[in-house]
Structures are given as C-alpha cells and as structure tokens.
Write a protein that binds this ligand. Structure first.
Ligand code: SF4
Ligand code: SF4
Ligand code: FES
Length: 486
C-alpha cells in the first residue's frame, strides 16, 4: 500500500492505482466524463484535473491517468482546479445544446451536474453552435443525438473492450466528429449494446424503446435478478413511483416495467447486463392467468386448492415437473410440503429461442432459467426421453411453471397446473391455479456458480393469484385433511 494525501487527508492506495481509482475507493468525488472504472483511460475530457502540491511549485494533471506516488499531495477542489474545470465546461458546452428541459437524460446527466457545479454560465462564444444529426438510428435499439455527444468515447471503448463487437467508431475530426457504426459490423448483433446507453454521460445515446416514455424522477428502481439465464445478473427494475400514480391514463402504466438497468454486482455481472435483461418486460408482461379453473370451469382459489389436493391424495402414480424459475424459498416449500408425494423432475421452463445467443465469455450462459442449479440440487433433470419419466400408467402430473412436455403426458393422467400466464396448453389442466411472477414477490435465486442473489417485489399481485410458496403448504394441508376425512 502507498500513503498519499487528498485535500490534506491521508489516503491508502494500491501500488499502480491512479489518483482517480484511489479517490473512488476512498469515497472522494472527482468529476469525470470519459473515465469509466471498467474501461481503458483515454484522458480526453480533462474535467478530472487536480492540483499536485510540489516543492518547485504546484502542477496540474488529469487524475484518471496520474499514478499515485508515495507522499503525493493532491488537491481536488482548490480555486485553481475549480477555475480549470470551469474552462473545461465552457469548452465542452461550446457546441452542446442547452436543452436539458427536453433531454431524455435529464435527472441522470453528468454534464448537467458538472455544468451546475463548475460553470453555470451561458456559452461565451459568439459563433453559432455546430449543429448535427438530432435523431440518428444507431441500431434497431439505440438512437443517437449527435448534438449532445461530447466525444468521451466511452461507447466506442465499450464495444472494443467489453462486448468486443467493435461496432462503433468515430467519423470525422474536431467539432465535426460523429459516433457511427463500423461499416462492416451491425450494432444490432451486439448482445450487450444497451450498456452504452447507461455509460453515455449525456443524453446522446437513447433507448428507442424508452424514448420519451418516462422521466427518471417519476420512476423507482427495485433491485432484482435477471431470470434470462443461469448467470442471474443483478438488475434494477424501474417502474412508476406510487406517489406519481397516473389517475386518468391506462392504469396498467402504473404497474408496467418502464426500463431495466444493471445493478452492479462484482460477484456476478459487474456493471453490465445483456440485452435480454432489457427486454424482460416482454416476458413478464405477457397475458396473465388470473382465474383458477377446475375441469374447465372458473373456480375460486379455495375450491381449486381442494380439487388439487383431492387429485393428489387419490393418485397412485404421480409425477411432478418442478419449475427452474421457482425461487429458493419456493423450491424449499415444495420440497417440504409436496415433494414426498411425487416422483419429481426439474424441467427447463424456458429454452433458447431461435436466433438467441446460447453462450459467450462475457455473461451469457446456456441454461435460460435462473434457478436450475438450486432445483437440480433437489431433483434430477427431466430426461430427453420424457416417456421414461412419465410412464404410461401415470395417473397425475403436477406441473409447476412453463415448458412442460404436455404432448408426452398420458391422456388418462390428470393434470394439476400452477402457471402465471394464459397459454394455450392451460386447456390441458384439470385443475389450474394462477401463481405470481417474480415482480410480485421477494425471493432468492442461486446462479450457476452457487452465488445467491435476492430479488424484491415491485408490484402487488392481482386478485385470485397465489404465491407458489404458500400454495404448496395449502395444498398439502388440504390433502392431509381430505385423507383424514376418507
Ligand atoms: S455518444 Fe455518449 S458515450 Fe458515446 S462518445 Fe458521445 S457522449 Fe460519449
Ligand atoms: S447474461 Fe443472463 S442473467 Fe445476465 S442479463 Fe443476460 S440473460 Fe440476464
Ligand atoms: S475523466 Fe479524466 S480526462 Fe476525462
């Protein structure tokens, strides 16, 4: 370790760390635009300038590229440093529009924050601002506002160093510079492209899906886990704050997922997620199953529980297909309450879709379910030869979740189905009970490496929908009660 001083206070740094890295580790704020902890250091924005006190007189340099030396004395907020930052902001805003009132990054824009802290002045230039393309579609997913770009090169470095698609580059020079897709690469093929939206320090890179849908200050982030594969990346699910509830528009807008961003988790995904996480609303917001059914007729939840318990209690050969989207808590509840009643197998609720990336060396893993590891620790995997697992004389199949091979279930077998979605195969169920989805409950998943991560509830359950965790116990109790009465 090396000791040096920031603003007169001793700070410990690792050998080889820059002043910026040591400051961040010590919780000391130095403004930045181009620097990102997971990317290389171009040193092109100059806003991180600090003063170094030395015997021959002070000198100034950018902290993101300055190695710490023993005993070094750094000032991050001296009058001269503030003056230099003001000059830097004057330069950066020479051509940057002052359109914060309509900018889609407002509420999260680093340029607004630094401009307010160090400059706050209108442009001193008498020349008109250089105008550039306002809506340039960088891909099917991302829109670029060239006038807001401050050429920090974070997006270019991300595609070169993290996603390795090399999809973006800089065209032209000086104030005519433009971020553009590389001629021979399709940015849509970059499975991690949306991370550039997060790391763009200004409102230049925008999600075409989210564009103009919601302001950040109307939204709340709930910590969660991406169920898109067995990596189990930590995410934030953004949705409308209750206090900003919409009264007049479609009430569904109050309970929809507005956007998803990475939640930094060094043990799992660092600060990144793949694009599948961004599209989770398409999975969670499919048409829901909200009504219990018994023999094709609508029933209340208690009747459905009794009907399921009756079928389970009278079955002679029963098989259960366990969900690999169930949380650790739900798996434990199933194991404790109903597990002993069945020959149980873990099924894949989701399999790779056509065109989906199966696996890579960044984040994406081949099992497209979040909790397969925990489920497999309890039960074997449903074999490819389903007929062996579901013998012809099976008289009850208990299906939890999606992805069950209904075609392989003997016609004579009764089916108890616990599902969240209104799917055509639901018609095969003799008893159907709707269950909550991840955004409606708390829980934990165990990822492929054994790391356990928690998710929290974003929305209330719809009436008539049960949590699988309490349902297993309720069915077990009803089954025991019925057995006692027989
Ligand atoms: S688009 Fe954003 S991330 Fe890319 S260079 Fe411009 S300001 Fe930086
Ligand atoms: S790598 Fe897997 S868990 Fe992570 S964001 Fe992508 S699909 Fe979700
Ligand atoms: S953050 Fe150091 S030069 Fe940009």
């Amino acid at each position: 370790m090396i000791e040096f001083f920031i603003n007169g206070e001793p700070v410990q740094a690792e050998t080889g760390q820059t002043v910026m890295q040591a400051a961040v580790a010590a919780g000391i704020d130095i403004p930045s635009f181009c620097w990102h902890p997971k990317l290389s250091v171009p040193g092109n924005c100059r806003i991180c300038m600090v003063e170094v006190e030395a015997e021959g007189g002070a000198w100034f340099d950018i902290s993101c590229n300055m190695p710490v030396t023993k005993g070094m004395r750094v000032l991050t907020d001296s009058e001269k440093v503030k003056e230099l930052r003001k000059d830097t902001m004057q330069f950066i805003t020479l051509n940057h529009p002052v359109d914060c009132g309509i900018c889609n990054k407002s509420g999260e824009c680093m340029l607004q924050d630094h401009h307010f802290a160090y400059n706050g002045m209108p442009s001193l230039s008498r020349d008109p601002k250089t105008h550039a393309t306002k809506f340039y579609p960088l891909s099917e997913r991302i829109m670029l506002d060239n006038e807001r770009c401050i050429m920090c090169s974070r997006c270019v470095r991300f595609t070169a160093e993290i996603s390795k698609s090399h999809a973006l580059g800089v065209q032209n020079r000086g104030d005519h510079s433009l971020i553009r897709p590389a001629a021979d690469v399709n940015f849509d093929d970059d499975a991690y492209s949306d991370n550039v939206i997060d790391i763009c320090p200004v409102g230049a890179l925008l999600s075409r899906e989210l564009l103009d849908h919601a302001r950040v200050w109307y939204l709340k982030a709930t910590p969660s886990v991406c169920p898109g594969c067995e990596r189990g990346c930590s995410i934030n699910i953004w949705h409308r704050k209750p206090e900003w509830k919409l009264q007049a528009l479609d009430p569904h807008l109050n309970t929809r997922i507005d956007r998803i961003t990475p939640l930094e988790n060094p043990a799992v995904n660092g600060p990144w997620v793949c694009n599948k996480a961004r599209d989770l609303a398409k999975i969670f917001e499919r048409e829901r199953a909200v009504r219990s059914m018994v023999n094709g007729a609508a029933a209340d939840l208690d009747s459905a529980i009794r009907a399921a318990a009756d079928l389970i209690g009278s079955a002679k050969r029963a098989v259960a297909l366990v969900s690999s989207w169930g949380s650790n808590e739900e798996l434990a509840a199933f194991h404790a309450a109903l597990g002993p009643s069945f020959t149980s197998y873990v099924k894949a609720d989701h399999v790779p879709q056509p065109g989906e990336r199966i696996e890579d060396d960044v984040l994406i893993k081949p099992d497209k379910n979040p909790n397969g590891a925990a489920a497999r620790a309890m039960y074997p995997v449903l074999p490819a030869n389903v007929g062996q697992a579901i013998p012809a004389d099976t008289d009850l199949v208990f299906v939890w979740g999606e992805g069950a091979p209904f075609a392989a279930i003997p016609d004579s077998a009764k089916v108890v189905l616990l599902t969240s979605y209104a799917l055509p195969e639901n018609a095969r169920a003799d008893v159907l009970i709707p269950i909550s989805v991840q955004t409606e409950r708390d829980g934990h998943y165990t990822n492929f490496a054994g790391t356990v991560t928690g998710f929290e509830r974003c929305f209330a359950k719809q009436p008539g929908v049960a949590d699988a965790q309490s349902l297993f116990e309720a069915i077990f109790s009803a089954s025991a009660h019925l057995a006692g009465a027989r």
